[in-house]
Design a protein. Structure first.
Length: 280
């Protein structure tokens, strides 16, 4: 059985209402091609190049996730999308609390399947995401959603640079690794994006799908890489939607030929749990 996936490489604005219209249209386009799953970028509810924080946050019962659930129920298309939730940590200057960079998964009946709160904040390449956002708990259950014969698991953007994040989702049963991102542009950044997605696909024998945001200051370049490292889809920097079919039988064949998951000798343990076990 195949699972049809629409990758929506869209440009996200600071205007949340405008973004909801954009997402509603993406659902319509996915439904037209009988997609089972719509993938949207990180921060797809609202984004600003200077940073995203509490001013962009909405509750899970707010307008954005409510729209995702309604459109999923209307079209039968499941969705994985990035958003920003309110956090509870104060800002460094004692100002308002921070936001939380999050992913939500909604099934084709409109039910909220789960939420992932980004663990690795982007404090790199001259940017400090932690000034505006708080990280998610390292020991939270991985975000997965089952569609047909495939399980999709998700991490966010900068998490991609940490192979343990992907491996933990795979240990939770993921056959397809989804990475919504607003991958900041810069020297070699597009090359890093492609290389890291390829590495995560090969080492975990999964299909890896990087869903990039289009627009100024970000790279776009959504990529789908098979478990053999072959790139099956690669977009440029412009906004566009593309649809692919994923075959569970083909994935099973790749894992039989390269049983690296079965042959490994190490597990992934969240750092805080490891430290507490040493103390005990």
């Amino acid at each position: 059985m195949t699972v049809r996936v629409t990758v929506a490489q869209v440009t996200v604005a600071d205007d949340h209402e405008a973004n909801r219209y954009l997402v509603a249209d993406a659902f319509a386009q996915a439904a037209k091609v009988d997609a089972d799953l719509l993938l949207l970028p990180e921060y797809s509810s609202g984004y600003h190049r200077s940073g995203v924080g509490i001013e962009h946050a909405e509750e899970l019962d707010g307008p954005y996730v409510t729209l995702l659930r309604r459109r999923a129920a209307e079209t039968g298309v499941a969705v994985i999308a990035g958003t920003t939730l309110p956090g509870d940590d104060p800002a460094p200057d004692g100002g308002p609390r921070k936001g939380v960079n999050a992913l939500v998964a909604v099934d084709g009946a409109g039910e909220l399947v789960g939420v992932y709160r980004k663990v690795h904040l982007y404090d790199a390449f001259g940017t400090r995401e932690s000034d505006r956002l708080q990280p998610g708990p390292v020991d939270a259950e991985p975000l997965t959603i089952r569609l047909g014969d495939l399980t999709f698991g998700a991490i966010t953007c900068y998490d991609l640079r940490f192979p343990e994040s992907a491996r933990r989702v795979v240990d939770a049963g993921a056959d397809v690794l989804v990475v919504p991102a607003a991958w900041v542009a810069g020297p070699l950044k597009a090359e890093h994006w492609r290389t890291l997605l390829t590495a995560r696909a090969i080492e975990n024998t999964v299909v890896a799908i990087g869903v990039g945001m289009a627009g100024k200051g970000v790279t776009g370049r959504s990529v789908l890489v098979g478990p053999d490292g072959v790139v099956g889809l690669e977009l440029d920097e412009t906004p566009q939607l593309r649809t692919v079919d994923l075959d569970a039988d083909e994935l099973a064949k790749a894992r039989a030929a390269n049983p690296s998951l079965a042959n490994r000798r190490y597990t992934v343990v969240p750092r805080e749990d490891r430290e507490s076990s040493r103390e005990g």
